[in-house]
Design a protein around this ligand. Structure first.
Ligand code: CUA
Length: 337
């Protein structure tokens, strides 16, 4: 499991080839100038050495032409690196559409994964080849960082917020991942494998591990047990809070006339710190749920709120069906091959 170049990990995602190409381009530019400057330096040292003790060199006034040239050429080269880098960065960090969603919680010293169909894994993540996989990531304690060298993806999980990341694997196989942010005694052991499978094999794996409540179903349970419904019905039945149906992904107008996107981070903040961004037309009456929910439970509530959005065309009272059966969860709709 090595790439063509012995110092580079295997290349197994849609972005890894381009990251590698950019890396070797920068490496090539560096090597070229190191060689050029060294050779010219040695040549000048020999060519213009002092030949007798009383030699006085001819004064040189400088050359505008030369100075312009050695400013403009490096600028152009630096710009190619900048624009190419920006292109790769945007490709990698723009949120993916139509992705399989996996919830990730890092904690000292393990990675916990939960699929939107309910399957849980620790230090191992099964995904299909040729599908985008979006990771919605949180940490229960300190900063960790999920690094999959073969995919060239690497992102921190940070206390108090969600980070997201996506990848699309191009080759079945087992790919080592690591924690790439020092996080205490067993940091070096905080890793595992991404197992990339053929779509049919993946379906098989999913159904073989069924029977666990989906995050959305667990979130619905929490939503009920915490009494959220008394204020927040799906269609604003409670009357005291905004409607939750369709909230995820919508534009939310706040009481200071700012507009925010109702994404995972907004939902999280509104549960833990409800006064931070109040939807227009509502009062600052919601209590904070800080300390009442673990990161995993919080992700489950967020998953439930998201399911209200994807289930928009359905009758909102038919929610248990969405939550309970794995068949209703988003399925890989088309095989890429
Ligand atoms: Cu977790 Cu280092």
């Amino acid at each position: 499991m090595q790439s063509w170049f012995p110092f580079v990990p295997e290349s197994a995602s849609t972005v890894s080839g381009e990251v590698e190409a950019l890396y070797f381009y920068i490496w090539g530019v560096t090597a070229f100038f190191v060689l050029l400057i060294s050779i010219v330096l040695i040549y000048f040292v020999i060519r213009y050495r002092r030949r007798n003790a009383f030699e006085i060199p001819r004064p040189i006034e400088g050359s505008t032409k030369l100075e312009t040239l050695w400013s403009v050429i490096p600028l152009l080269i630096a710009m190619t690196i900048f624009f190419w880098g920006a292109k790769v960065y945007f490709a990698q960090y723009r949120p993916a559409k139509n992705a399989i969603e996996v919830y990730v919680v890092g904690k000292q010293w393990m990675w916990k994964f939960q699929h939107s169909t309910g399957q849980r894994e620790i230090n191992e993540l099964h995904v299909p080849v040729g599908r985008k996989v979006k990771l919605i990531m949180a940490t229960e304690d300190v900063i960790h960082d999920l690094f999959v060298p073969a995919f060239r993806t690497k992102i921190d999980v940070v206390p108090g917020k969600y980070t997201t990341e996506w990848f699309e694997a191009t080759k079945p196989g087992r790919y080592h991942f690591f924690c790439a942010e020092y996080c205490g005694m067993n940091h070096s052991g905080m890793g595992g494998y991404v197992v990339v499978m053929e779509p049919a094999e993946y379906e098989n794996w999913l159904s073989g591990n069924a029977g666990q409540a989906s995050p959305a179903a667990a979130g619905r349970g929490l939503y009920e047990s915490l009494g959220c419904a008394s204020c927040h019905g799906a269609n604003a039945e409670g009357g005291r809070g905004p409607a939750l149906l369709g909230l995820y992904g919508s534009k939310v107008v706040l009481n200071n006339n700012q507009t925010v996107t109702g994404d995972e981070s907004y939902l999280r903040e509104s549960i833990l710190n409800p006064q931070a961004k109040i939807a227009t037309g509502f009062g600052p009456i919601m209590p904070s749920f800080q300390g009442q929910l673990s990161e995993e439970q919080l992700l489950q509530v967020v998953a439930y709120l998201k399911s209200l959005s994807t289930a928009k065309p359905e009758v909102p009272t038919a929610k248990p069906a969405v939550a309970a059966s794995p068949g209703a969860a988003p399925k890989p709709s088309a095989s890429p091959k």
